[in-house]
Design a protein around this ligand. Structure first.
Ligand SMILES: *Cc1c(COP(=O)(O)O)cnc(C)c1O
Length: 555
């Protein structure tokens, strides 16, 4: 449903789309014979303005499809409420960043570097009525009827379009989240309604342990919109009481996984069936700052093609070179921050903590401000803080959280510098995950499926300070020197008690670990941690992740 390739193609809301882009980039880098299908949202996902009082405006992010994508002539039709709706398509080709293929030698299916096409489906074509042209207007913008209509376009339309584009011989269809799982129904039709014939070539990844993140539609609505597209045994596949897109995907997949070890287990419990896990990764070339790229090019031969080298070689990076590259990236970020900072600019010599993410309740972005007196006591003059993050405009609670954080930053004025940068997107993320010293992440345990921004930080030698959830359970276990944890691994306390304990531990970590280590003469321990963090990226990269998919789901 979303892909986050870059800020100028705003067809994504957050981590799900950014991850999809990274996996496809790595598929291209590895010369895998893959293609990706998504939707061309005409009005891009939401530009955030922050008013002086901390309240926010969100408006469509207009973008230029003609400039960013190539229109292809192919057309297919899907049935929606009994009428034919025409679906067109655009393409963007991802080319390999690296010479040669990691899979050549493994032979059979790997092809030479033809690139990975990303197809953007679109109903905004002259053949359609104005009403149907508007189906692909906005990502996550409509009601249930609009959502299921969009999912018909993506699922049924996606398979048909791949056929029309000449991809007749597809071995595996991988469903990334349940939004696209109608594709199984189109395959059922192609394959004489034999479940097993569909199941053997489908695989599925679930991306959230939060109930509301899984689309469910009432059968009245589903029959009205999808009609004959639903097979006679749909309730057996997708649930008796409501059509669950996740159940549908799982029923017709030979392999299902979550996106971190803990998320695989949580999902198994939630859906009461065995669900494996493949821990996410980020594309190591995409997310390394220009300064780090230069450093790695000089010191870590072959890191672009073989990111495992980051694990093997990062410990040998000389301290002075690493610090210089980091400070350069930090300077870039602080230049941006200071452009809006007025008379109290951020300093390159002060420990800089960044915390940026889509603002939703479970991520608890306000945890740092639980006890302002304590924060003042710990951080006065010793830390500066940068935030960014958008809320969904229908989520008043999260918009209020942002406003409240901004109000609290005024209370700390004169003591701790705090900036809230508007309009978090991958371009801003790149500056933040490379230019900060510490990456702060405070999700409620068992709610963060994986998280990927912390991996981007590691790659740039930025140290994670995070509650143990999602990928960080694994990262911290692999190398506790690569950053810090907040609070215990699991908690049986109430959410409010847990919040108090986590906040208290966050202040303690800052006071006794993070701030002193940053300020020790020579920063030896800090620099060692930076190298350990980079080392973790030998594992938490998207090349490893895609190859794990290849081994477990596509072979
Ligand atoms: C990486 C990234 C995300 C996902 O980060 P989380 O760790 O899941 O919060 C979201 N938005 C943008 C713009 C990103 O670059």
């Amino acid at each position: 449903m979303e892909i986050g390739l870059k800020g100028s193609i705003p067809t994504f809301a957050g981590g799900l789309g950014v991850l999809a882009a990274d996996l496809m980039r790595s598929a291209a880098d590895l010369s895998l014979p893959a293609a990706c299908v998504t939707v061309c949202w005409k009005h891009g996902y939401l530009h955030q303005h922050i008013r002086p009082d901390g309240s926010q405006d969100y408006e469509d992010m207009e973008w230029n499809r003609e400039k960013e994508l190539e229109r292809l002539p192919e057309r297919v039709t899907v049935k929606i409420e009994g009428r034919d709706v025409v679906v067109g398509v655009w393409v963007l080709k991802l080319q390999s960043h690296v010479e040669g293929s990691a899979l050549s030698g493994r032979g059979q299916k790997a092809r030479s570097s033809a690139g990975v096409p990303v197809y953007f489906l679109d109903t905004d074509v002259p053949e359609n009525s104005p009403q149907d042209r508007a189906i692909c207007d906005r990502l996550y913008g409509g009601d249930q009827a609009m959502r299921i209509t969009q999912e018909v376009v993506l699922g049924f339309g996606g398979v048909k379009m791949l056929r029309a584009l000449g991809h007749k011989d597809i071995t595996y269809f991988h469903m990334n989240e349940g939004h696209c799982s109608f594709l199984t129904l189109e395959l059922l039709r192609e394959r004489g309604f034999k479940d097993d014939e569909v199941r053997k070539s489908c695989a599925f990844t679930t991306h959230t342990p939060i109930k509301a993140g899984h689309d469910e539609f009432g059968y009245d609505l589903a029959y009205r919109i999808v009609g004959d597209g639903l097979p006679w045994h749909i309730k057996k596949l997708a649930g008796e009481n409501a059509l669950s897109m996740t159940e549908l995907a799982m029923s017709l997949s030979h392999y299902t996984c979550g996106v971190s070890k803990v998320h695989g287990q949580v999902s198994s419990k939630m859906f009461n069936r065995p669900i494996d896990s493949i821990t996410n990764g980020v594309n190591h070339i995409e997310w390394a700052s220009p300064e780090m790229q230069e450093l790695f090019d000089e010191l870590i031969p072959n890191w672009r093609k073989d990111p495992l080298q980051l694990l093997k070689m990062s410990r040998d990076i000389p301290d002075d070179k690493l610090w210089k590259a980091h400070q350069k990236a930090k300077k870039k970020l602080l230049t941006l921050v200071n452009a809006s900072q007025g008379e109290h600019p951020f300093s390159e010599d002060v420990l800089t903590i960044a915390s940026a993410r889509r603002v939703v309740p479970y991520k608890r972005p306000e945890l740092l401000y639980t006890n302002l007196d304590r924060l003042r006591q710990v951080g006065d003059g010793k830390i500066q803080i940068i935030h960014a993050g958008n809320a969904h405009p229908h989520d008043q609670f999260s918009m209020d959280v942002i406003r409240h954080m901004i109000e609290q930053s005024w209370e700390l004025r004169g003591c701790i510098k705090i900036a809230y940068l508007p309009n978090y997107n991958p371009d801003l993320a790149k500056l933040l995950v490379s230019g900060a010293d510490v990456w702060l992440n405070t999700p409620t345990r068992l709610h963060e499926a994986s998280g990927t921004s912390g991996m981007k930080a590691c790659l740039n030698g930025v140290l994670n300070l995070s509650t143990l959830d999602g990928w960080w359970i694994e990262g911290y276990a692999m190398d506790p020197e690569a950053g810090w944890r907040i609070g215990p691994l699991a908690s049986s306390l109430s959410p409010d008690d847990t919040r108090q304990i986590d906040a208290e531990d966050l202040y303690t970590q800052l006071q006794y670990q993070v701030i002193p280590e940053y300020n020790y003469e020579g920063r030896a321990r800090w620099l060692r941690r930076m190298k350990r963090a980079i080392g973790l990226m030998g594992y938490f990269n998207a090349n490893r992740c895609v190859l794990e998919y290849w081994e477990k789901a596509w072979k």
